[in-house]
Structure formats: structure tokens, C-alpha cells
Design a protein around this ligand. Sequence first.
Ligand code: HEM
Length: 472
Amino acid sequence: MEESVMLLTILLLLPVILSCLSWRNQMKRPHNGPKLPPGSMGWPFFGETLKLYSQNPSIFFGTRHQRYGDIFKTNIHGSPCVMLTCPEAARFVLVTEAHRFKPSYPQSKERLIGPWAIFFHGGEFHTRMRKLVQGSLSLDAVRTMVPLIEAVAVNTLESCCSGGGLAVNTFHEMKKFTFEVAVLSIFGKLESGYKDKLKDNFFTLDRGYNCFPINLPGTAYRRALLARRRLGKILREIVSEKREKRLTEKNLLSSLLNYHDHQDGQILTDDQIADNIIGVLFAAQDTTASALTWVIKYIHDYPLLRDAIREEQKTIYESNDGGNRPLTWAQTRNMPYTYKVVMESLRMASIISYTYREAVEDVIYNGVLIPKGWKVLPLFRIIHHNPNFFIDPEKFNPSRFEVAQKPNTFVPFGNGVHSCPGNEVAKLEILVFIHHLVNKFRWEVVGPKNGVEYDPFPVPKKGLPAKFLKDS
Ligand code: HEM
């Protein structure tokens, strides 16, 4: 009995002991040669993870930036990390020396999305997938989507009003909108039976993505894993149906289905196709919904800005015979003031606050050592709020976008080989939505005016509860 208690104690303590040893090793770097960046590694095993979760991430990173400078070390999620807060260092990792850093995501997340998804890969497989994804989201492909996006935007707004003035959670409503648009860019028109099944399961997966990843009955993570399995099955059905039909349409699914390697003729497997579809859905939905929710909040909070946007959008609306003719692509490319508001919202909210890479070898940057295996996090949010690049950075000021920004200081869609291939769709859907919102609807925020939640992207507190009403 005593022996088994001892064994159990050793087993329970083993991860802590191992992590203390690895923590000691991290601290024991040779004295000569390049030095690790300044910073604190926190406690053995926990690092600074608890501190990160107990405060607003902007404050966590901001205070360390002030204390240690542009490059500092920490330990979060069980990994030693180097944080980068200057544009040059972010460019070094994401663009010029990108081959020395690989994408790095926790395994629990990879299991939910699927290991073949584009953003988990580098090298040749990434280049191949990137061509397919980028091609299906290119300007030529996106311009054909204007009338489809318009119809979804109007439907979403009508549904926000359907409660007869009852408040809705704006972020949740925007997620429904961005899901529909993502489905359009992936599948073109998709049968509503398939779409509903995809939606139910995808939303369950999304809810489990940021939960603690324990696979036990009743946990959100387990529900998400089960939903992922069902999503795989639905996608395999769609794929086999479409394979038979030999598609000629221009969308992501048909690009993935029609792909074959020029040298060995290999095609993509059903799993590779499914993981990439779920990956793109995932990359597209919450990011754009969060951005749109912030745009709606800022337009609401600044009446002068709202008037200027209304004026710009009214002119377009009237030139379309009071909205009787559809918006054109050219019109969506000529909304200069609204566009600046969207850019400033992306800067202020910095939806993707940071991204992760991992050093594949020891790397020296400006005399500082980034050891092999350490995570590297370019902190976009800190760059976007640095007064050296954006004067009075906490002030919402769209006019700062009247002039070009300093290179690499405005990177809401990332930079380099993994930068966002969906940025044109994202901007288009936001502009089309705002066009209809300000021309035909009114809205009033009824919940907390300030505060941010992380879901995992920053969202106004409680998802920005608001009442939407249609102008008669
Ligand atoms: C406002 C909305 C959006 C924001 C702020 C955003 C931001 C980003 C950022 C910063 C990255 C780079 C991440 C990294 O370097 O690790 C990224 C990658 C990606 N985004 Fe977006 N995104 C948005 C919307 C979309 C949309 C609408 C789609 C698809 C329709 C999309 C698809 C992707 C994909 C597939 C990747 C991975 C690319 C790769 O690994 O090569 N995103 N996004």
C-alpha cells in the first residue's frame, strides 16, 4: 500500500520535477557569447502564465515592454518565449528570416482544427496550400462576391431587428454573418441542409477552442472534439459528392478538389481538404466578426464620425437609386472615409494581438540570443499602440490613415509568408455591412460602454449588446 502511494506521488510530481529541471537548464546558458534577452521566467512549471491570465494581456505585455525594452523573455503555457515589440524584429521573424522560425500551435488546438490546416505548416506543403487558398481569395475572385455578401448583410441586419427592438449580442450576430460569408468563399453556393449541419458543429467547436483542453465527458473541449469528428464526416460527404460532379466553379473547395501535383500527379486527400476548409472557416469567422463589432462600436461612440460615414454612404446609396440597384465592386473600392475608419478600428482593436513562431535553430538578432525551440511572439498590438509610430495612440483618429504608415508598423493582417490571404474579403464584408447599416438602420448600444473581453480575440464587453431598428 505504502509503495503504491509513493508511486502515485512520484507520478504526480514528475511533471513538476521535469519542468523545474528544464527551467534550470533554460537559465543555465553559457556566460560568453550572445545573451538571452532581459525579462523574468516566473515560477518553475507555471512560468508567468497565471499572471498573463490574471490581467489584461495589453497590461501584461505593456508593463514588460516598458520595463525591459523592445525584446524580452518570459515563460507562458509551459514554453520559454521571446517577445518582440518593434517592427524590425517582427519583420526579421516573419519575413526576412522566416525560414528559421516555424509556426507553432498547442497540440490541443491542432487536434480541433486538423493537422493539415495551412497555418500549421511551413515549407513546400505550405507553399502549395497557400497558392490554392490565395488564388480562391484573390481580388478577381472576391469582386464577384459583392452581391452575395450584400444579400447576407441585409438578412443579418433584418434578423438583428426581428426581436422588435430587443437587444442582441452584436458579436454573436456578426459571427453568423461572417460564417455565411466564409461559407460563400469556400463553397460558393452550398445546399442549406449541409450549411446548417456545418454551422451547428462549427459553433460547438468554436466554443471549445479556448477552453481548458481536458478530454473528459461534459467538458467543452470534449464536445468540441466530438463536433470536429462530425464536421469531418459532413465534409467527406460534400467532397465525395462534388468530386463526382467535377467542379468548374471558382472557389476554395473546387481549387482543393482540382489540385494535382505537376510532377507526381498526386491529389489532396479528403483529410487534407477537410482540415483546410475548417482552418479557413476558423481563420475567417471570429476575426472578422470581432473587427466588425469594434467598427460598429466606434461609429456609435463618435457621432461626428458617424455623420461623416453616413454622408459618404448616402451618396453611394442615392446614386444606386435609393438602394434599388446593387452595390458595385467599384463603389466598394471608393469609400475613402469609411475605409479609414475600418483601418483605424483594426489598429485600435488589434484583433490578432500577437502570433506564435518557434525558432528551429539558435538565432541571434541584434546581439540577442533566441535559443532553438523557444517560442517567438511578435506583439502586433504593442507596435500598433506605440506613440513613436502612431501619435496619441489611444485616440481614435481615422485621419492618421490619410498618409502612409511607416513600413511594417501597421500589420493587422500579419506580414510575410503567413500573412492573411483573406484580408480583401474581410475588408469587403465590413464595408458592405456598414453601407447597409448606416443607410437603412439605427442602433443603440445598451450594455457597458467600455471594457474588453478576450474570446480569444478582443471583443467589446458582453459582445456589445445593442438594439437595432430599421428605418421606416
Ligand atoms: C479582420 C479580419 C481578419 C484579421 C484581422 C486577420 C488576421 C490574420 C493574421 C494576422 C494572420 C497571420 C497569422 C500569423 O502570421 O501567424 C492571418 C492568417 C490567415 N488568415 Fe486572416 N484575418 C482576418 C480575416 C480572414 C478571412 C476573412 C479569411 C478567409 C476568408 C482569413 C484567412 C486566413 C488564413 C487561411 C490564414 C493563414 C495563412 C497562412 O498560414 O499562410 N482571414 N489572418
